[in-house]
Design a protein around this ligand. Structure first.
Ligand SMILES: *Cc1c(COP(=O)(O)O)cnc(C)c1O
Length: 402
């Protein structure tokens, strides 16, 4: 795409064309998958010229190839960031980004509802290296100002929160953080570069488990970090220092997935809304945790800041026995039980948010399930869930009769 068009084109067009350079590759629409470690140079001068440009061009396999650069260009452009980086998993992206901004004696503020392994990284690795971690109520908004200390370097957000889908007031948190010189890191995996424009809302570093909607087909692990201009060098240096990169085939899967992400997301949203609305009407359900539903927790902030919703949400059931839940989960025909999400298929998992909170307390009425609504026909998914509720009642009744 011509440079002067980039600023004018809408997101779907950018998703389709950014990073595609057919004239550089015999006219092929997609970049070749470069399997490369050694990069050779014909002369000393050529080698010196290539190595003089920091974090640009092809110099060694670990520092990127045209396959990697294509995905980076597309991701940064769609999210409206300065540049992107690709690593081997979402968790690798999280650790690279956090380690870029802290040293012993520093302090980070982390949302109480972050992805479990992020909390584990903070509690195990950051603390071991002398970085203090305070967890904060994800609904704190501008109130975060009271928790910022002189040594607070990072305010870490994840919106919506893992398992319980609290929507954070990211712009208010960013304003308070920036007033005190702290960086705002945001795990934007649920929002994706397509539905949550991080940089418009004051985020400095946007982190993605590209494993989810970007790859989109449950067949590769990949992480991405998109930054604004000021945050690029520290994060890129952190990535280089740690030696992180991603395998070429997985990078290619990321680029291939990204090209169709918008249409997939629109269908995930439509089907998830249909299934979530049906669940809201069920007598077994206490609450549906899907910010896109009118009246749901966080709906107003979601409407203000997000451009859409993906297919992952939570369901709080009314109190019932474990045998009932197990019977529901064990017999599903379409909803598979497994970690990760963002692929084309539907998933269901029991969730235990109460085990992962320290600053707040989860007070749901009953057991929590996490659903990923895939690309199946939503009426078939509803039938699968309806049969699950029948099994739940049968198991509950059998347990009561014992
Ligand atoms: C899955 C996930 C990650 C981790 O990504 P991996 O690619 O599995 O390492 C990080 N953040 C969120 C919100 C996730 O759902």
């Amino acid at each position: 795409m011509k440079e002067e068009l980039k600023g004018r084109m809408r997101k779907d067009t950018l998703l389709t064309h950014l990073g595609s350079h057919p004239r550089d590759q015999h006219g092929a629409v997609n970049p070749p998958v470069y399997h490369a470690s050694t990069i050779t140079f014909p002369t000393v001068a050529a080698r010196e010229a290539a190595r003089s440009k920091k974090f640009e061009g092809v110099t060694y396999g670990r520092s990127g190839t045209p396959t990697v650069f294509a995905l980076e260009e597309a991701l940064a452009g769609v999210e409206g960031g300065y540049r992107a980086m690709i690593v081997s998993s979402g968790l690798a992206a999280i650790s690279v980004a956090l380690l870029a901004f802290v040293q012993a004696g520093d302090h980070v503020l982390v949302a109480d509802t972050v992805y479990g392994p992020t909390r584990n990284f903070c509690d195990k690795v950051l603390k071991r290296f002398g970085v203090a971690v305070t967890y904060y109520d994800p609904l704190i908004g501008a109130g975060i100002a009271a928790l910022i200390q002189p040594n607070t370097k990072v305010v870490y957000c994840e919106s919506p929160g893992s398992l319980t889908f609290e929507i954070q007031d990211v712009p208010a948190i960013a304003a308070a953080a920036h007033a005190r010189g702290a960086k705002v890191l945001h795990d934007n995996t649920w929002g994706t570069p397509y539905f949550f424009p991080s940089f418009k809302h004051g985020v400095d570093v946007s982190i993605h488990a590209a494993t989810k909607y970007i790859v989109g087909h449950s067949d590769a692990m990949l992480g991405a970090i998109v930054t604004n201009k000021e945050s690029f060098l520290p994060v890129r240096q952190s990535m280089a220092d740690l030696g992180y990169c991603a395998g070429p085939d997985d990078v290619y899967f990321g680029l291939r997935g990204l090209r169709t992400m918008a249409v997939r997301l629109r269908q995930h949203q439509e089907s998830a809304t249909r299934v979530a609305t049906w669940l809201q009407g069920r007598p077994e359900v206490a609450e549906v945790l899907y910010p896109a539903l009118p009246g749901a927790r966080g709906h107003d902030l979601w409407k203000r800041d997000f451009l859409g919703a993906s297919g992952l949400f939570g369901v709080v059931l009314k109190p019932c026995g474990k045998a009932g839940i197990d019977a529901l989960l064990d017999g599903m025909d379409l909803f598979a039980m497994g970690a990760s999400w963002g692929g084309f298929e539907s998933l269901i998992l029991p969730a235990h948010p109460e085990d992962l909170r320290t600053a707040t307390r989860w007070t749901g009425a009953g057991p929590v399930l996490r659903l990923h609504v895939g690309l199946e026909d939503p009426e078939d998914l509803i039938a699968d869930l309806a049969a699950g509720f029948e099994r739940l009642h049968a198991a509950d009744k059998a347990e009561a009769a014992e």
